[in-house]
Ligand binder design. Structure first.
Ligand code: HEC
Length: 116
């Protein structure tokens, strides 16, 4: 655990300010359900490597048929639309968390990309 923390700190030290804000936002708004370790939990798929990946393809998570039916990949635009209004983007999705502010969504997307 201590090692993971040290590695995380070392990683974030070199990131631009926006990516760090994104991490803070992620920690308060996404971390309850998501991990960035690559290992999904029953509460949510791991978001490590999600940017550019196929939608609903994180290993070890039972996705809703709504999100699986969406198709395509997690581009910036798709991540933005999903966070803005999950069930408009993918009717039937089991994620309900929303991020209303466009700048906040952009910062979180920057953070997610830094995990790739
Ligand atoms: C209350 C729990 C919860 C919170 C909070 C939450 N999510 Fe989710 N998220 C989920 C669940 C559950 C799914 C799977 C949805 C499905 O199968 O329809 C998901 C799916 C996703 C996916 C799709 C992953 C993939 O591999 O296709 C992304 C991207 C995502 N969430 C981003 C976020 C971000 C960014 C935040 C914070 C702003 C967030 N989520 C907050 C529960 C949550």
């Amino acid at each position: 655990m201590r090692l993971v923390l040290a590695a995380t700190l070392a990683l974030t030290a070199g990131l631009p300010a926006a990516a760090q804000d994104g991490q803070a936002l992620y920690n308060t708004q996404c971390k309850t359900c998501h991990t960035v370790t690559g290992v999904s939990s029953p509460a949510g798929p791991s978001l490590k490597g999600v940017a550019g990946r196929k939608i609903a393809a994180a290993p070890g998570f039972a996705f809703s048929s709504g999100l699986k039916a969406k198709g395509g990949t997690w581009t910036d635009a798709n991540l933005d639309a999903y966070m803005a209004a999950p069930s408009t983007f993918a009717p039937g999705t089991r994620m309900f968390a929303r991020v209303a502010q466009p700048q906040a969504r952009a910062a979180i997307i920057g953070y997610l990309k830094s995990l790739n």
